[in-house]
Ligand binder design. Sequence first.
Ligand code: HEC
Length: 213
Amino acid sequence: MKNIVYIFVFSIFLSLTSCSDNKSPNYQFMPNMYESVGYEAYSEGELFLNGQSSRLPAQGSVPRGHSPYDYEDTNEDRDRAKAELKNPLPVTEENLAAGKELYAYFCAVCHGDKGDGKGILAQREKFLGIPSYADPGRVINEGGIYHVQMYGLNAMGAFTPQTTPEERWQITMHVLNLKAELEGTPKLVPVSEAEAATAQEEVTASENEQIEE
Ligand code: HEC
């Protein structure tokens, strides 16, 4: 008798579980919890004319981690960048070393390892008019060096797809040092890690204040 009860219970258990498909849930007691009432991202939808549920971000949306650049590709804004734009990164051994390496990849072919405008492409006359960073006819300062990487200038292309803002500032530091070397003026003095950390805290605090305002 006991066996029959066991067999009975077991066969009920089998009948409940055997036909289930592991890939989709069997009984859903609260389907709204599993299946979204709204549209799934990237799925088809009837609400919009093109039949897609995903929309482009609203105009003026700023992606996370993106810092907007407030200067246009015009002569006036290049001058404004030269006058106003300051390097937000602390001058550390690390940043200087990174800038040196990136400069060798991206800039030295034209501007030369020393920044004298005699890179390999200048020597082979592939590009003309590459200036030395010590060119007295130009104002080459941190804001200007960053700006020219954002938009390029005549024969020089922009570097925005290849480099991040942080990398562009690291390169800027190296260019300033090359210029100082060419002109025989003092180079940037790296701060210690601890000083750099305090400076970064101050920047973050003032950014937070701005956000709160
Ligand atoms: C294809 C060659 C080429 C490469 C690569 C290149 N440049 Fe230039 N660069 C030029 C030329 C040409 C000019 C002069 C543009 C003009 O004034 O018409 C110039 C000008 C400049 C100036 C002077 C801008 C001013 O305000 O007068 C700076 C600073 C500069 N480049 C930095 C860089 C940095 C930093 C990189 C690497 C991220 C770089 N360049 C890569 C060709 C190049």
